[in-house]
Ligand binder design. Structure first.
Ligand code: PAZ
Length: 310
């Protein structure tokens, strides 16, 4: 007879408030809140707009003393690239990460004591460096990290609530790939699941839909853009529109896993249109975000103007 480890979930969906009550806040949250308050106050006082970009995947642990976890697909490219248009950029460092190049490939030994940038790369590096230095000088980029679903949700709630004061001047660009399923801490085993006990059967709870309180209560005046990722082309538009109708925010950007860097579909209350790279643009290494962001800036302008007219 074979035995197995069984982790049981339930079909009941808890509400978002309950989620925050039954999970402990991440240790880094108070420090992050201080950083965000400083950043928001400074730019709010200067009358600037602020965009919250969420990017990357969230992990869901299956043991309290976590050895294993489930991950959501996302390389974090969408968020990093978007932060460069029209502003700038892991923005910046994305150009020099292991997925593209090793940073050291850009360097050469000048002599025994000094290194320099390989002249082959200096033109490209110079333009990224200039943008990076401008961002540093003007302090217009604040990077915060999350790993688990819980890190993400606590951070999202805090940051959005701090940004409420910006009203219509805030944009929320929610590109992170957030897990739809999790195992509540009280249902997780404490220690590493033992393979000697046989296979593993997992049943998980559904993560509450946080977009609802975000749109309705946390930042009701903000301009909110969410992403919808699908793998089946026949579902993309219908699922994206369904999300827009359900949460009542401003835009859903739909994308397919295999073509997400080439094409997206914008779904708004009254319209639906595609943004796509042409053959020539592909050859020229144009990035789809260079089309997405100007379109959103235009729509955000209208959002602010409409609010001023009220
Ligand atoms: O991070 P990445 O560039 O590899 O992928 C971006 C993306 C596909 C995760 C993003 O565009 C997206 O669709 N985010 C929402 C995912 C979701 O439906 O939960």
């Amino acid at each position: 007879m074979t035995t197995s480890n069984i982790l049981e979930g339930t079909n009941e969906i808890i509400n978002p408030d309950t989620y925050f009550q039954i999970n402990s806040q991440p240790r880094t949250l108070p420090d992050n809140e201080i950083k965000v308050k400083g950043f928001v106050n400074k730019h709010d006082n200067a009358g600037r707009r602020i965009v919250l970009i969420t990017s990357g995947g969230t992990t869901v642990p299956i043991e309290n003393n976590t050895v294993r976890f489930l991950d959501n697909f996302s390389a974090g490219t969408r968020g990093a690239t978007s932060a460069e248009y029209p502003f700038y950029l892991q923005p910046f460092s994305r150009h020099y990460t292991h997925s593209t190049n090793c940073f050291l490939d850009y360097m050469e030994l000048k002599d025994d004591d000094n290194i320099e940038v390989n002249p082959k790369y200096s033109k490209k590096m110079k333009s990224v460096l200039k943008k990076y230095q401008k961002v540093k000088q003007e302090d217009t980029l604040l990077l915060l990290n999350f790993v688990t679903l819980s890190d993400y949700l606590f951070l999202l709630r805090s940051v959005t609530q701090i940004m409420t004061c910006l009203k219509e001047r805030a944009m929320y660009y929610l590109a992170a790939a957030v897990s739809d399923f999790f195992i509540p801490s009280q249902k997780m085993v404490q220690h590493k699941i033992q393979s000697a006990e046989g296979g593993l059967t997992l049943s998980m709870d559904q993560v509450p839909k946080f977009l609802k309180p975000l749109v309705t209560n946390w930042v009701p005046e903000g301009f909110i853009v969410s992403f919808k990722l699908e793998t089946d082309p026949s579902l993309l538009v219908s699922k994206s529109r369904q999300a827009l109708t359900k949460y009542g925010h401003q835009i859903v950007i739909g994308n397919l896993l295999t073509t997400r860097k080439l094409e997206v579909v914008f779904i708004t209350k009254d319209s639906e249109f595609n943004l796509k790279l042409s053959e020539q643009e592909l050859k020229d290494d144009v990035e789809i975000e260079s089309k997405i962001i100007p379109e959103l800036v235009k729509k955000h302008d209208e959002w602010i103007k409409n609010a001023e007219m009220k």
